[in-house]
Write a protein that binds this ligand. Structure first.
Ligand code: SAT
Ligand code: MN
Length: 590
């Protein structure tokens, strides 16, 4: 007798009409075959899905160009289909589930004709973790199939885990005709189902990532009492060998991957990453918050990544342990057959093609790599991976960092007075937009907890949920906000960032164990110049003072903008958040 899983796959095949169906087992040998199909059979925009890169410089590496209209998440085409609009909240596009299903059924009828349907059984989280979830994604893209093997724990064992269950996590993905007019990413939270058509790019197509592990999982977490967050998870080892774990929320393309594997500028400090994008967090029986990274790979922004900014990422990309590593929409040096992007030294004698395959040279004003060009590589390739990564119980979190990209106003680091105040910090978080999603770049958008595009339900309820999680913990993490991105009058970054961010992390972990000093300001505790370890970094004292100071009068427009944002959530926004707002308003004065 067919299992519910087999029946479901069969039903989707009847609708989408692939030429054949292939059940993936997750083996390396199979991954080679999928890549091979992408080289010799499947095409995107008339060109092969993959080409093989220079294997001695970049072992296991393959190159992919996505369709030129399909280079970033498309938030305006992303819907969360709860039974009612209020539950989805003003932070989501909403469509009634029946209408959405009907629309998708029409778009999907025969969409896999001439292609193979890959059945991908994958786990989000370690299979032994009580927090892990068995999932199935169907896709007609070799690129997506190969990427999912990197980004998740993919294999046959998941089929056994699902067994006779009906309520496994489901994803149906087709690249369709890649026409943005027929592109939609639909979420059905109560059914744990994501249905995506018309895109082959990252977060739109690798459905285990933002679609399931954030939008659907955040809704599950809300109902079940845990948190699914857009956060880095990392351990920081001090010179005595003590490791403190932290989680950090920064919007897409604000340096989460660089933070997760930072190479310390302070001697004696070491970083042990567990994840660079997603954290699932549960309250443990000891009253602390425990985090796992449900993913198994990195899907990071290539431009700006170099031996100077993130040597550990370059080492990860050059590691040949786990097959394959993918480069998407970078430039390509035809002479050496190596990927290239802005931030790497320009190779002498290069014959460069840009991300669209057009001849390029450095005198051109356009970028060679797309600003959202990505690499996809297994977390097991990371030479500094935390030994706790596969711990099914996760790691205890001592500090939560929230941050954004702000050229002005917001100090380098601020510690919230307490959990509730920290949730308010997160609620009013803003960031200047980047190329990770298709919209105007560089305008401030409120992005609480870096979750605005990923919270699968009303954000007013989300803050209430955060407040209630806080009440469940005897020993909650401290909450900090950071901003590495202040610029001077010439538009240059004031703080060096990257490896020097360890100075801020050191202050943060010392605040969690009462060792570091701070001064109290209207928005929270901020380090005085002398509270930061500046050993080996020369910086004009006035500049450092500038990025550590709070001129509360300047915060008026910020507060007005915050008010407008919070008001959208009406009755759903908890009174506690408005209390914190009122307290700050009072500090700013009329
Ligand atoms: O495209 S993804 O959503 O996977 C990456 C990102 O925007 O953070
Ligand atoms: Mn992200």
């Amino acid at each position: 007798m067919a299992t519910p899983l087999e029946k479901w796959v069969e039903q989707q095949a009847q609708l989408t009409k692939p030429d054949d169906i292939y059940w993936c087992n997750g083996s390396e040998e199979e991954a080679h075959r999928i890549i091979e199909r992408g080289i010799s059979k499947e095409k995107i925009n008339g060109a092969p899905v993959f080409s093989k890169l220079n294997q001695s410089a970049w072992p296991n590496a393959y190159y992919h160009r996505s369709h030129p209209t399909d280079v970033a998440r498309t938030e305006h085409l992303t819907y969360v289909c709860h039974a009612d609009k209020e539950t989805a909240g003003p932070n989501n596009n909403w469509m009634a589930p029946a209408e959405a299903m009907e629309k998708m059924r029409k778009l999907s009828d025969g969409c896999m004709r001439g292609r193979t349907m890959y059945v991908l059984p994958y786990m989000m989280g370690h299979p032994d973790s009580p927090y892990a979830k068995p999932c199935i994604q169907l896709t007609d893209s070799a690129y997506v199939a190969a990427s999912m093997r990197i980004m998740t724990r993919l294999g046959n064992a998941v089929i056994d885990k699902i067994g006779a269950r009906e309520n496994f996590v489901k994803g149906l993905h087709s690249i369709g005709d890649l026409n943005p007019e027929r592109r939609l990413i639909m979420h059905f939270p109560d059914e744990k189902f994501v249905w995506s058509i018309g895109s082959g790019y990252g977060g739109n197509a690798l459905l285990g990532k933002k679609c399931f592990s954030l939008r659907i999982a955040s809704w599950q977490g809300y109902q079940e009492g845990w948190l699914a967050e857009h956060m880095v998870v990392m351990g920081i080892e001090d010179p005595e060998g003590k490791v403190t774990y932290i989680a950090a929320a920064l919007p897409s393309a604000c340096g989460k991957t660089n933070l997760a594997m930072l190479q310390s500028a302070l001697p004696g400090y070491k970083i042990w990453p567990l994840g660079d994008d997603i954290a699932w967090m549960n309250v443990g029986s000891d009253g602390r918050l425990y985090a796992i990274n449900p993913e198994a790979g990195f899907f990071g922004v290539a431009p700006g990544t170099s031996m100077k900014t993130n040597p550990n990422m370059i080492r990860t990309l050059k590691n040949d342990k786990f097959f394959p590593t993918l480069f998407t929409n970078t430039a390509l040096n035809k002479i050496t057959n190596e990927p290239w992007w802005e931030g790497l030294d320009y190779p002498e004698g290069a014959d460069m093609e840009d991300w669209q395959g057009k001849t390029w040279n450095p005198s051109m004003s356009a970028k060679a790599a797309h600003p959202n060009a990505r690499f996809t590589t297994s977390i097991y390739n990371c030479p500094i991976l935390s030994k706790e990564y596969d711990n099914p119980g996760g790691v205890p979190i001592s500090a939560i960092i929230v941050g954004g990209r702000r050229a002005h106003l917001v100090p380098l680091v601020t510690e919230a007075f307490n959990w509730q105040h920290g949730v308010f910090h997160a609620a009013r978080m803003g960031s200047e937009t980047t190329a990770a999603a298709a919209h105007q770049i560089g305008v401030v958008r409120r992005d609480p907890m870096a979750m605005l595009p990923f919270c699968g339900y009303n954000m007013g309820d989300y803050f209430r949920h955060w407040l209630s999680i806080g009440k469940k913990m005897a020993n909650p993490p401290k909450i900090f906000s950071v901003n590495w991105f202040r610029t001077d009058e010439n538009g240059s970054f004031i703080w060096p960032g990257f490896g020097d961010n360890i100075r801020i992390l050191k202050w943060i972990i010392e605040r969690t164990n009462g060792k570091a000093g701070a001064k109290k300001t209207a928005i929270g505790f901020v380090p005085a110049k002398e509270d930061l370890d500046m050993t080996g970094l020369s910086m004009e004292p006035e500049k450092l003072d500038g990025i550590l100071s709070v001129n509360i009068k300047d915060w008026k427009p910020e507060l007005e903008d915050t008010k407008k944002f919070l008001q959208q959530f009406g009755e759903r926004m908890p009174a506690e958040i408005w209390q914190e707002f009122a307290a700050l308003e009072k500090e700013i004065g009329g």
